[in-house]
Ligand binder design. Structure first.
Ligand code: FAD
Length: 441
């Protein structure tokens, strides 16, 4: 009792569902195997989703009775924390108020099931509660998958699903991507970030008053500095309809080396004087942690093999500086889906037959960004002062400047100058500036 499809997709997240929909809309028979109880059950993100990427898979998004989002993002930026202070650098403009909004906050437990429903409407068979254990190999190519389900009632043999094309959309753990031979090794702790997140419910009125929002407005900020105890990483605070998503993440290697417990880091952030009053009286709705692939270009797998493709987080398509992940997952899913369709038209399922994906990917901005930021990890590791020195310095310098009334300003400037010299030194400052300039050049 083996099942056969034209395309198998492993993983019912944004990447897998986008790939599946693209194939099904071109008439292919597609099955999505998702290990969670439903799509989104095992997923966690910050989360901001970008309208344009969602429209690329669901063009009639705005004819939905109820959008699968929380609030449009109308203000965004950074909160830079010192031990007891904060510099808030956020931006809003007319562009943020344009209709349709360019980004929304969302919950994966709502967004993913909605997307899975759209995939079903497109003709995809989405099967939850099935874990793909292994890949089926025949004549040197991937010919399907082996699941954790028994082939027949009471049988010991696992159920096998066959297809000439298997799309691996399994997310950051990428066990099958490595098994498929698309990448030679597991990830290292310094190549992934671990982020812990809590959803805290607040009364709607209190939420809007505390964050200076009206109905139909939303805030999305990254929280830097003391949020990560001065280590490379960041926190985030996004407003939902009646709750906030608060989280913080570091490289997995830093958690291990410094002996920091993820939940302690989040508690530390929640106790910060700039945040604690905003959270007061809030009720925890959800708590979880998830890895983020940050291996960049050097961890980019071969995107296609014979009968197989890798998309989304499985390929490491995340840009942490710009909070891109779900959109790259959707775009890569579409590109891989189109390649699967072309392979079916040609009847060639070899790596060459699927190479339309690699070609499209290499012409996309996703690949350009991976190349542009190829030294990001090294840069962050070698410039820790960006996280442990500058946030405090910025807070202190601004405090001196803003409380200068009643003093000789020459004295205040001298104090700021001395502070900078003491905390970083003029040569250190110049070095940091040159390195940062070179990195972005
Ligand atoms: P996933 O969403 O991880 O989906 C993979 C799916 O595969 C899962 O449903 C899983 O259950 C299933 N699966 C895995 N293995 C198997 C198997 N063997 N058999 C069957 N099913 C399997 N991106 C943004 O755009 N905006 C943000 O604000 C943002 N914030 C983030 C904050 C955090 C804390 C984290 C962790 C990530 C964030 N991201 C954000 C990144 C974004 O969530 C990911 O890039 C995106 O979800 C990748 O989609 P995917 O479909 O590739 O993988």
């Amino acid at each position: 009792s083996e099942l056969s499809y034209e395309v198998i997709v492993v993983g019912g997240g944004p990447a897998g569902l986008a790939a599946a929909m693209t194939c099904a809309r071109e008439g292919l028979s597609v099955i999505v195997l998702e290990r969670g109880r439903f799509s989104g059950a095992k997923n966690l993100f910050g989360g901001v989703v970008y309208t344009e990427s969602v429209l690329s898979v669901v063009p009639d998004l705005f004819s939905e009775k109820r959008l699968p989002f929380e609030r449009p993002v109308t203000e965004e930026g950074w909160w830079i924390l010192s031990e007891d202070g904060v510099v808030r650098l956020t931006h809003t403009s007319r562009a943020h108020w344009e209709k349709p909004p360019r980004a929304f906050t969302a919950f994966r437990a709502r967004f993913d099931p909605w997307l899975a429903e759209k995939a079903r409407e497109a003709g995809v068979l989405v099967v939850p509660k099935v874990r793909v254990r292994d890949l089926l190999r025949e004549g040197g190519r991937i010919a399907g998958v082996v699941t954790d389900r028994p082939a027949d009632w009471g049988s010991e043999r696992p159920a096998v699903v066959r297809a000439p094309v298997t799309i691996l959309a399994e997310g950051v753990n990428r066990l099958l991507t490595v098994k498929a031979g698309l990448f030679p090794r597991d990830f290292q702790p310094e190549e992934v970030a671990l982020s812990v997140k809590e959803v805290i419910q607040l009364p709607k009125g209190a939420l809007e008053a505390r964050f200076g929002l009206s109905e139909g407005e939303g805030l999305a900020v990254e929280v830097l500095g003391e949020a990560t105890l001065g280590l490379p990483g960041s926190g985030f605070l996004y407003t939902n309809t009646t709750s906030i998503s608060l989280g913080v993440g570091l490289f997995l290697s830093d958690f291990a080396e410094k002996g920091i417990k993820p939940y302690e880091l989040l508690e530390h952030l929640k106790r910060h004087p700039a945040l604690a009053p905003l959270l007061e009286g809030g009720e925890t709705l959800e708590y979880g942690a998830h890895l983020i692939p940050e291996w960049g270009l050097e961890g980019l797998p071969q995107l296609c093999g014979d009968g197989v493709l890798a998309v989304g987080d499985a390929a490491g398509l995340v840009n942490p500086l710009f909070r891109e992940g779900t959109n790259l997952a959707l775009y890569s899913g579409i590109m891989a889906g189109r390649a699967a369709v072309a392979a079916h038209q040609k009847g060639d399922f070899s790596r060459k037959g699927l190479s339309l994906y690699e070609e499209a990917f290499r012409q996309s901005y996703i690949y350009r960004d991976l190349k542009y930021f190829r030294k990001l990890k090294k840069f962050l590791r070698e410039n820790r002062s960006l996280f442990d020195t500058y946030p405090g310095l910025l807070n202190q310098a601004l405090h001196l400047y803003l409380t200068a009334q009643g003093r000789a300003k020459e004295e205040v400037f001298l104090e700021i100058f001395t502070l900078v010299r003491r905390r970083r030194g003029i040569s250190g400052l110049l070095r940091d500036f040159t390195r940062t300039f070179r990195f972005f050049k």
